[in-house]
Design a protein around this ligand. Sequence first.
Ligand SMILES: *Cc1c(COP(=O)(O)O)cnc(C)c1O
Length: 287
Amino acid sequence: MLYVQAEPVFVDLESLDVPHMSLEKARRSITLRTKAIIIMHYGGYLMDMPAWRELADAHGLILIEDAAHAPGLKGVGSYSHAAAFSFYSNKNMTSGEGGMLLVHDPATEKRLRLLRSHGMTTTTLERDQGHAFEYDVVELGFNYRMDELRAAVGLVQLEALSRRNRRRKELSARYRAVFSQEDRIFIPFSDEWQHCGHIMPVLLPEGAYRPDVMASLRERGVQSSVHYRPIHTLTQYRRRSSVLVCLPLTEDFGNRVLTIPLHPDMVDEDVDYVAANLISILNAHLV
Ligand SMILES: *Cc1c(COP(=O)(O)O)cnc(C)c1O
């Protein structure tokens, strides 16, 4: 956004239970200067796409999906003007680096194809094959091409995507079932929510000191991480803003969330091991 001189306006979450951008709070943030809405399917949990499209249309705004968590999730890309996927190595499908855009408008597609390759009107391949021997540069473009080696990796990954997503969802459901007996650990989103199991975020109880919980998990061979520290608290964004941005739910969620292991090669016993250890660590921390 900053690359095109647009000013990001951050909007608070719906709730700790539904850690998506709040539609009502977004509606109240819209001004005459607003151009676009960017939404993100946090954790791979589908946002209410028809409602967001209705909001965007009512104000003449462009709707963009950050779909980095949502490859293979049905409903992504259908209601927005553009959806951006990441194929970075820690996503549900990967080509190591790179990504993909889905757009509906043919003129936008044409422009994006120019922008990804230095704004050049023909490719080396087209010139080599004799389809073109001249080119022009018509925009300030980028080098965002995907090379063939990555594309080959991506095609193999794509074949495995639905099987792997299905397994991710089974493992998430197992975590949910185990933690449903445990009132100290809170899992966002309902069991029925449509998702593709990108990550498994849980909320720690208010008194738990997250770095200690993470260290204890590590001692027991369990990796954990945090998705995410809220963007408005990061130095680059904090120092651009002349006012102090305060998003209480986002900050509370960011302070308490912990991402525990979720990977299609895990077996059921791995889930049980992680869950049992997290519960026993919390019991030891919070006497
Ligand atoms: C990974 C990720 C990105 C960035 O993807 P890149 O491929 O590194 O550009 C953006 N948004 C979300 C939500 C992500 O998870």
